[in-house]
Write a protein that binds this ligand. Sequence first.
Ligand SMILES: [Fe+2]
Length: 141
Amino acid sequence: MQPTTFDLRRRDFAKTALFGAAAVAASLPAVANAAAGGAEENVIFTKDDPGHWAGKEALHVPVATVQGSTLTVKTPHPMSEAHYIVSHSVVLDGGRYLGRKTFTPKDQPVSTHTLPAGYKGKVTVTSTCNLHDFWVTSLTI
Ligand SMILES: [Fe+2]
């Protein structure tokens, strides 16, 4: 069966949204600077800049650990039908998109990602809550 125009538009939207999220994460420093009163304020949240979600940091900032070539991302957030972590994404230095994991309310908000062999550099990790938006942290390995 041929895809309809709607199907094709939906696919294009999904691609755009996915790469858009990666691009946003990769440009975090620029966004953080703009957040000091710019249009992006209260769009991306961090431990040090929880914006209007102040007090929610402990349950929403993703925690990333590395063992060998495995990056594990956990969000210490309860999971229920009404309130849950929707996804994690990982972006490497230079905006190189590594991967994404989506969750249902029945999952635990834990994802693992394989780093490129010998990778050294910045790793940006995002966690999205269905009620409390888009949270970011980064580490350097
Ligand atoms: Fe939440």
